[in-house]
Design a protein around this ligand. Sequence first.
Ligand SMILES: Cc1ncc(COP(=O)(O)O)c(C=O)c1O
Length: 488
Amino acid sequence: MALYKAILTRNLPKVLTNQSRLLSLVPGEPEGPSVKTSSVPGPKSQQLIKELEKIQQAGSVSLFADYDKSIGNYMVDVDDNVFLDVFSQIASIPVGYNHPGVLKLLSDPHNVRTIANRPALGVMPGADWPEKLKSVLLSVAPPGHNQVTTMMCGSCSNENAYKMMFMNYMKKKRGGDDFSKAEMDSCMINMPPGAPKLSILSFRGAFHGRTLGVLSTTHSKAIHKLDVPAFDWPIAHFPQYKYPLEEFKRENQQEDEKCLAEVEELIEKYSTIAPVAGITIEPIQSEGGDNEASPEFFQKLQKIAKKHGCGYLIDEVQTGCGSTGKMWCHEHFNLESPPDIVTFSKKMQLGGFFHSSDFMVKGAYRIFNTWLGDPGKIVILQGVVEAIKRDNLLKQVEETGKVLRSGLSSLEKKYPQHINSLRGRGTFLAFNAPTPAQRDKIVGNMKQEGVIIAGCGDLAVRLRPALVFQPHHAEIFLGKLEKVLSQF
Ligand SMILES: Cc1ncc(COP(=O)(O)O)c(C=O)c1O
């Protein structure tokens, strides 16, 4: 309690007036962004970047933050610049910085010990682990799911989910869980039948992580893949829609059909090379440029997966935890049955996946690692889930999303030479610039105005605010964007 009070009373820049403070879901927010240094990163950040560069590759570091001073939707950097954060640490901060509910839970002595004594969860979990899984994680599970495996990050969640799809495929093929001697011997030297030739079908533009296995299903940027051996697995085209959607219904439907036909062709083709054990897909391709596909596309893809006995994995690492207005983006798709596997990480604080009970792997240690997640992160997630439920944050996302969408749509009409193709759901929105250089300029100039947004794909600007981003924050963002666009 004392800890979070101290943070809230810290020397913050000008805070909100009494009236607007009432409006803010996280108390103590400043009244707006303010950039004091002539360029960002400022001198203190630049100094720290130089220091870091001496000991590690720091080319991706854009500034150093002061997490004691940051609050709600505002990130304060070491040069005392105050930013409205519309990117929230690569879409991973769910309820803003220093949320009082989260800090309160973290100051509870039992929870402090939970953090201090990180167990090997697959071997000696604490007594409250099953209850915590049920009351926190499963309380926000996608409809139809009641089995969960926890992991460390998005990539390792997908890695282990792919393993689960392979294991399930082979279990069905061999008609049970008993392995032959030939399988046991051959897997030790990476040969079939124990290490079978199987594949995961993925989509161009997808991002499922950077570790060795999932990297074969990541296709968003060459820089992520260069020099690393990859599996020859099937890669289908993801629909590329024309905007506005209402004007291009027929063309976009044809695009869906073309991509779905390719999926079936690839499944047939690979049946003799490396049969497709699973299909992996993001509900909105995020790193690859915020490419969306229709609910019908996802429904038909599920039918194809069932027809060919492939697992159907929806990767909700970036889209999960509320920012599309539903806890899980695939809930917008009205699928005929739950996806076999739904992976998560980022805003959920720890990685993992929900899966159908058919996919449960018999035998210990097949899906396993030392930590298998972290009960300390479940404490944070508990605060997040409580805030989502208490403050009705999914409704909040919908309302703020409407303000953002209508403001962006007006800007798109006013500045069609600078922005186009507005898309997305809830506050998980994006628009395109005409060229990569112009996109980077929008992102850079917005930062100088005190607003953090980010690019994805070649042309897109993506918005990833926290769930506590409210209409008054949206107005500030829109005002700054208008200023930047009008100066081009
Ligand atoms: C859809 C998706 N899957 C997987 C990952 C990988 O997650 P991580 O960076 O935690 O390994 C990301 C990360 O951006 C992602 O957006």
